[in-house]
Design a protein. Sequence first.
Length: 224
Amino acid sequence: MSNVKKTRDQYLLELRQTVDRLKARLKLPGLAYSNEEQDKLVLHFIDRGVQIGEACFRVADLRTPILVMSRVLCEDFLRMFWVLQSKDNAANYAKSLASEPAKIGRVHLTRGRAVLRRKTTGEDVTAALLPEFGKLIVKKKTVEEMAVEARLGKVYDVVYRLDSLEVHGNTFLRFSQADDEMALLPAFPAIIAFLEAEILITDNRTTTADEILRHMRIDKLGGE
């Protein structure tokens, strides 16, 4: 994140340029046509980054959406970086994705909001099939655990934790219009920095946590 103070319009121009650079990575042959789990996940996060970056232009004057998107980009980046640390990480993450719809399905079935019926007879087979949902549910790592494992705990603490206040609506004791404007300006360099970091690790899979921390300009902070 840059230490240079810029105007909102300067940040938006830089954001526009960064989104365009990230969008170009979606067409890289080594990614677009790869069957590797890591590459598929990288494309997934790049596509999300492009969409979120584009959305920032539409809500550039609104505090809550900008800070929410900053936090989402932080989470996406931490997951993306963790996935690229090993093929096992990528496989575990991909496997964990099936857990979420399975959890939702199990909740609906156990609480009577949905019923499974045999197509040919209409027989209720919910009780018989419910255990199959449980088999799909795996314990997955939290974002914080991923960040710490990847040695990016500082990123989690500095951005993710602070932006989570806005995500969860824990900002009732606020804010004048001037406060909103003060909060928006630091959010833009953070958003740009995460999109740039996605470009960095896409282009160079050997990028280290130390290099990311220097890129984010938080390497001098104490602790891990």
